[in-house]
Design a protein around this ligand. Structure first.
Ligand code: PNS
Length: 161
């Protein structure tokens, strides 16, 4: 039974994340989406809403769970007895930071492997940050985020545009 952890801020979850979740589920028996508080990034959505939006975006997938984690990612990985950490890689620009994180995590926990998965090309330009900016300024994000997220963003920014 192989379990993987897919960590991130997911503020909010996008079709890029959903695509990576699908790929991870094809490789592993179980995937846990692990949501970090990421308070330093001043999240738009509180933790409970980020968790709910992920759950609402991947309904009925019994091999997927969604959990909050605090503290070090590698400690959570060990607690959950997972074999690997999944991270999405969209472009070369992602690589440097991802490489630093993967190697620091390896230093902290040599048995924990990081696996990078590339989302479908259609989603390679999407980020939660850009989605929030477009939504805040009234743009249509319905093609790049799941319906519950588009609805939550409309609600957040106060207008059904
Ligand atoms: O979606 P993000 O914001 O790129 O995800 C970053 C995240 C949450 C995976 C990373 O910040 C993280 O692992 N935070 C937990 C604390 C930790 O273990 N930090 C050391 C990583 S080298």
């Amino acid at each position: 039974m192989k379990r993987a952890i897919y960590p991130g801020s997911f503020d909010p979850v996008t079709f890029g994340h959903i695509d990576v979740i699908g790929r991870a589920l094809r490789l592993f028996d179980e995937v846990i989406v692990a949501v970090a508080p990421s308070e330093g990034k001043s999240p738009l959505f509180p933790m409970a809403e980020r968790l709910d939006l992920i759950r609402a975006s991947v309904p009925g997938e019994t091999r997927l769970s969604v959990k909050q984690f605090d503290g070090l990612l590698v400690d959570f990985v060990k607690e959950e007895k997972a074999a690997a950490v999944i991270r999405g890689l969209r472009a070369v620009s992602d690589f440097e930071f991802e490489f630093q994180m993967a190697l620091m995590n390896r230093r902290l926990a040599p048995d924990v492997e990081t696996i990078f998965l590339m989302p479908k090309e259609d989603y390679s330009y999407i980020s939660s940050r850009i989605v929030k900016e477009v939504a805040r300024l009234g743009g249509d994000v319905s093609g790049v985020v799941p319906a519950p997220v588009a609805e939550a963003l409309r609600h957040k920014f106060g207008k059904a545009r």
